[in-house]
Design a protein around this ligand. Structure first.
Ligand code: ADP
Length: 362
């Protein structure tokens, strides 16, 4: 009996991207599939279509298809089409938002949420209208970082449907699942539940006002939530937060590759906890300052800047007072404003290149 398309798809679902640990069908890497009797030809889109990764994927596909009886297997490998998606291409969801920016990290505890919150507040200080969605649904820390722990969520009727009104604090509009569930209880989500909760909070149930930037703080790693986000909305891009030591960088590189695979532009990598400034003006290089910059260079993505370890930042974060980061210690303010300015520049650069007319020369 000839091969069925479903059978072939099921076999391809056993082939995982070696860097992202998800199968190539779920990741949307499979572009064309032709099944004719016992012959299968397909195109697979890889972030890095050269070198050992390509060989590995080609081999795994061939093995998986031979196992179900394929006789001739032709695998074409391509790279994702260049050019980020701009705001002008934004589809139906959240048309009132100009730029959706994801903040991700390879690992937990690297300061991703701290940077997401402070970048959001920093952007609003430039006069922009800013929203912040706490999409770290497994460990929402925004209630603490923004001082809204235990605050009651308000809702309003929009076209006969009740919608959540984001909190308006520190100059930004924000919503977090931490205020919708019982405080201090672990959140255990299966994949589809996580997908549903995230989608409801981001697009279905929240009444976002007009925004220049919506910052979405993602859970760490390369799980289901970033995939959901990229499927729901065209992103202006993703920011990856990393600490400079090698183990953290390895995971950050995986996060970069995941967003590239999902066709989200990489706005840049931030190096957090770069070093520890000492009172005498020197610094202690705890984790290997400069590692994230090197990783960004190697990946060919922008480096958005470094944020040293500041006790004041930790204290203000625990106290839920992010605005104090911009008024107290000068070094902290300068480091944060530098990140914000670099981010604005990258967003503008991406939008401009997405909007530029393209010449086709044949
Ligand atoms: P993640 O979101 O990556 O899990 P968090 O943003 O929750 O990490 O940060 C973890 C802890 O590290 C928090 O207590 C935060 O205040 C602290 N922290 C993050 N970045 C810095 C920094 N540059 N200097 C001092 N403390 C920091």
């Amino acid at each position: 009996m000839a091969l069925e398309r479903e059978q072939v798809l099921a076999a391809l679902q056993t082939v995982k991207d070696p860097e992202l640990f998800k199968d190539i069908v779920t990741l949307g890497m499979l572009k064309d599939l032709l099944v004719k009797a016992y012959d299968v030809s397909l195109t697979v889109e890889l972030t890095n279509p050269t070198g050992p990764l390509r060989e590995l994927v080609e081999r795994d596909i061939t093995v998986a298809l031979r196992r179900i009886g394929a006789e001739r297997v032709v695998v074409n490998v391509t790279a994702p089409p260049g050019g980020p998606k701009g705001v002008s291409e934004r589809g139906g969801a959240l048309p009132q938002v100009r730029h959706v920016i994801a903040v991700g990290a390879g690992k937990g505890g690297v300061g991703k949420s701290t940077i997401a919150a402070n970048v959001a507040v920093g952007l609003s200080r430039t006069g922009a209208k800013v929203g912040l969605m706490d999409g770290d649904i497994y460990g929402p820390s925004m209630p603490t970082l923004l001082g809204i722990k235990g605050a009651m969520v308000k809702s309003t009727k929009v076209n006969d449907v009740m919608k959540i009104v984001p909190f308006n604090v520190h100059g930004i509009h924000t919503i977090t699942i931490g205020n919708l569930v019982e405080q201090d209880k672990p959140l255990i989500w299966r994949g589809p539940m996580a997908h549903g909760a995230f989608k409801q909070l981001l697009v279905d149930n929240t009444h976002w006002p007009e925004l220049d930037y919506l910052i979405v703080d993602l859970p760490p790693g390369t799980g289901d939530v970033p995939l959901t986000l990229c499927q729901l909305l065209p992103l202006s891009g993703a920011v990856i937060v990393a600490t400079p030591q090698q183990v953290a960088l390895d995971d950050a590189i995986r996060a970069v590759r995941m967003f590239q695979q999902l066709a989200a532009p990489i706005l840049g990598i931030v190096e957090n906890m770069s070093y520890f400034p000492l009172p005498d003006g020197t610094s202690h290089d705890l984790f290997g300052r400069g590692g994230a910059r090197k990783a960004a260079d190697a990946l060919g993505v922008p480096f958005l800047g470094e944020l040293p370890m500041f006790q004041q930042l930790r204290l203000n974060s625990d106290a839920g007072a992010p605005l104090d980061n911009f008024s107290g210690a000068q070094d902290l303010r300068i480091a944060l404003e530098n990140l914000v300015n670099n981010l604005i520049r990258e967003v503008d650069r991406n939008s401009a290149s997405a909007a530029a007319p393209k010449l086709t020369i044949s």
